[in-house]
Design a protein around this ligand. Structure first.
Ligand code: PFF
Length: 433
């Protein structure tokens, strides 16, 4: 449940619909689904298995597989690269999570009738972003400083059903509105001619890896917390299914809602059909939707954004856990000190992004999600497929899952991550260059 909590977050409700909208709708959805199941799920399994075998932080777990000094150094680069990547992701994620916080408070300010506060909360500004990003980082740090086990499972367990319930209720409402059917068509009926578009492919791959928290060492460290009695193969499959399902459902709400908002006069597309403000799309579309519901919309808006803020937290704590577990084990630092230290470094990067938003935000998002995550995820597959001794790899898969030998996974997966994953990910990259 903690791994599902890491996977389900802003990537599902903010990232996926935004990417879908800016990459031409249904064609992106189709490619995303294929890549999530055929490349991201096998890569997720590689990371979880490496972590459970290593029983340590990401660098140490990867180094445990190395057979010589050169491979050890390579393991360090991959593990440490993932840790840096997790920290960088956290620095922009905290900003978007801060937008979720302000969107949660906005309905309260409407009920309280404080107009000035409502205006401040609804418009992007330095003061608003700095304050809410800081609150989000401090919350993440305070949870992680106490250790990852405390209560995360409980939160995640309640969060997913609640999130799905509210998403389905909102979809039912949105589909009754003018313009929704055009949106649904854009979401579900693909234009096959754009499926092999290199930029669509690389965006879908990046989004799939981002959504499953891959290439960041996070799933390695979470894997190390999974007991040897658990069936890893089905755990990984559940995480993937939950994650992909929630993203798909969220898209079914947000893409039609974009068209409804446009029909109601909110400017979503330019005259030539381009999206006007990509990053903040969800924050225009959803508040417009809640407003159109009348007074009950205020409460629904509050509940929705509060749930999203919790979803963001169950993801951000996993990002912080990756570097913290490394620093604690490597430098024998107390957990609380390590957490605040890394929290401070992440805050400095976040503040730099906020002050140079137009230059840095998109750059850091792209660098981490479209470039570093698939690349590092691919390197983890190479570790599991080429460097790890095959017999030991199979033994680890068998732990907690004696009957795995009769499954397709057992027969296919070891070859698949050895040849197909690295090659396919490499090809998407080369294609995009
Ligand atoms: N998977 C998270 C989401 O979809 O919101 C984001 C994420 C978490 C990315 C952890 C990377 C990571 F290491």
């Amino acid at each position: 449940m903690a791994a599902a909590g890491s996977a389900v977050g802003l990537g599902n409700i903010w990232g996926f619909p935004t990417q879908t909208a800016s990459n031409g709708g249904a064609a992106f959805v189709l490619v995303y689904l294929v890549l999530a199941f055929c490349l991201a799920y096998p890569a997720l399994m590689a990371e979880l298995i490496i972590g459970r075998h290593g029983q340590a932080n990401a660098v140490a777990s990867l180094q445990k597989l190395a057979n010589n000094q050169f491979q050890k150094r390579f393991a360090f680069i991959v593990g440490f690269g993932g840790i840096v990547c997790a920290g960088l992701i956290l620095s922009f994620y905290a900003i978007v999570a801060g937008w979720m916080f302000s969107a949660t408070l906005e309905p309260i300010s409407v009920i309280a009738g404080t107009e000035q506060a409502t205006t401040w909360l609804s418009e992007q500004s330095l003061s608003r972003d700095l304050l809410f990003t800081a609150i989000f980082i401090v919350l993440t740090v305070s949870i992680i400083s106490k250790g990852v086990e405390n209560g995360i499972e409980k939160w995640s367990k309640r969060l997913m059903p609640a999130l799905l319930f509210i998403l389905f209720a909102l979809i039912a409402y949105v589909l009754t509105q003018d313009g929704a059917m055009t949106g649904l068509k854009a979401y579900l009926v693909p234009d096959f001619s754009s499926i092999l578009n290199p930029s669509l492919l690389v965006s879908a791959l990046g989004q799939a890896f981002f959504s499953l928290s891959l290439g960041t060492s996070v799933m390695i460290i979470y894997g190390s917390y999974i007991s040897k009695q658990e069936n890893l193969v089905s755990l990984g499959a559940y995480v993937t299914l939950i994650d992909v399902f929630i993203a798909f459902v969220a898209g079914m709400l947000i893409i039609p809602a974009m068209y409804v908002a446009q029909a109601q006069g909110v400017e979503i597309f330019s005259a030539s059909g381009e999206l006007l403000s990509e990053d903040t799309l969800v924050f225009q579309v959803l508040p417009a939707l809640f407003e159109s519901m009348g007074s009950i919309g205020i409460y629904i808006g509050f509940a929705f954004f509060a749930l999203m803020s919790i979803a963001a937290l169950t993801s951000s704590i996993s990002m912080l856990e990756a570097p913290v577990s490394y620093v604690v084990e490597k430098f024998a630092l107390a957990r609380i000190q390590a957490t605040w230290l890394i929290g401070f470094i992440v805050s400095v990067v976040s503040v730099s992004i906020i002050f140079n938003f137009s230059a840095l935000f998109g750059f850091v998002v792209q660098l981490t999600t479209q470039f570093a995550q698939p690349l590092l995820g691919m390197l983890c597959c190479i570790f599991a497929g080429w460097i790890w001794h095959r017999g030991k790899l199979l033994k680890e898969i068998k732990e907690g899952n004696e009957s795995v030998e009769n499954t397709l996974f057992w027969k296919v997966w070891p070859w698949y991550i050895k040849f197909v994953c690295p090659l396919a990910i490499g090809l998407v990259f080369i294609n995009s260059l």
